[in-house]
Design a protein around this ligand. Structure first.
Ligand SMILES: [Zn+2]
Length: 328
């Protein structure tokens, strides 16, 4: 079960983005007809839909894909940053400190990147670019925020908006509307602000240990729940705790709406002795312990690596790290 920190009550007062949808009558059953806009009924009140067939949630907008380009081997080098919590340490409860980036640190990191000319796209846009074999502009990067904590709305969103940035939020579908996690209203406001809501499974379990029916539930039912709540099918997935194998990749690929998936750590360049304990093996001021290979191809789109950003990542070092991949 998620740990509930009590941070929600302390942090939800701050910001009401202009994109926030006005609440519809409480607990109204969504009309099946005209509008794709979802109501604000609790996520848990929706029926379980164990399918990625967009017809199974007709109220949600299905994913549209571009025409495929000719060269399937084209590699893009768009850095994908991985964050978890953007919240003051004092409000972070028992979250691992390596996953907690204070808002002022997040703002300083984004200030530096914006100042160096970096601009964001979402994972969905990156998937489009990969499929169309289209190179995004130089100095394009992706911000991902995992696990669906409500500080992604209260703290991260206003900082993103100040910079004109968007992010992909990987939410745990089974925790939507729980205390300290993003609510249905939060998710709808994020979508309205141009952010993407991605699939981070139903229960945040390690996928390689799951039997096929449970795999489908964790991946597909979570995608459908996000579609029910936000009115949009997710296009991207993040594997919990970086756990992935060939069966898991096949299960994700079988969800027709999911077009790209990211791992939590770089897959190839991590040393074996690196246990993956967040923050455990990083020296201050570094993004990563080894020279990363930031690369995405359509062929390998379900094992896309990310760069973990820690609370001690100095903004200048982050810029230097990303500038290694700047082209043009
Ligand atoms: Zn996670």
């Amino acid at each position: 079960m998620p740990s509930v920190t009590g941070a929600a009550a302390a942090t939800t007062s701050a910001i009401a983005p202009t994109g926030s949808p006005s609440p519809s009558p409480a607990l109204a059953v969504p009309s099946e007809s005209e509008s794709p806009a979802p109501s604000l009924r609790p996520a848990s009140s929706y029926p379980l839909v164990n399918s990625c067939n967009p017809a199974s949630v007709p109220s949600a907008i299905a994913v549209t894909t571009p025409a495929s380009g000719a060269d399937s081997s084209i590699a893009l080098h768009v850095p994908i940053l991985m964050y978890h919590r953007i919240v003051p340490i004092a409000l972070a409860g028992d979250s691992l400190r390596g996953l907690v980036v204070p808002p002022e640190t997040f703002a300083a990191q984004l200030d530096a990147l914006a100042g160096a000319g970096w601009r964001t796209i979402t994972m969905a846009t990156l998937a489009n670019d990969l499929q169309a074999r289209r190179r995004p502009p130089a100095r394009t990067f992706v911000i991902t925020i995992d696990d669906g904590w409500d500080d992604g709305y209260t703290y991260a969103l206003p900082i993103l908006q100040k910079h004109g940035f968007v992010a992909t939020y990987f939410v745990i579908a089974g925790r939507i509307d729980l205390p300290s996690f993003l609510s249905s209203a939060h998710l709808q406001a994020l979508v309205a602000a141009g952010d993407e809501i991605g699939d981070h499974t139903m229960d945040h379990v390690s996928l390689p240990s799951q039997k096929p029916p449970q795999l489908t539930y964790e991946i597909d039912a979570a995608a459908a729940r996000i579609a029910q709540v936000t009115g949009r099918w997710p296009e991207s997935l993040a594997y919990p705790s970086g756990g992935v194998d060939n069966e898991v990749v096949a299960a994700v690929a079988a969800c027709q709406e999911l077009r790209v998936a990211v791992i939590e750590e770089r897959l190839v360049t991590e040393k074996p002795e690196t246990t993956g304990k967040p923050g455990a093996s990083q020296s201050p001021g570094t993004v990563a312990t080894a020279a990363p290979e930031v690369s995405e191809t359509w062929t390998d789109r379900f094992v896309v690596p990310r760069l973990r950003v820690s609370p001690t990542t100095m903004p200048a070092n982050l810029v230097a790290e990303l500038d290694r991949y700047a082209t043009g």
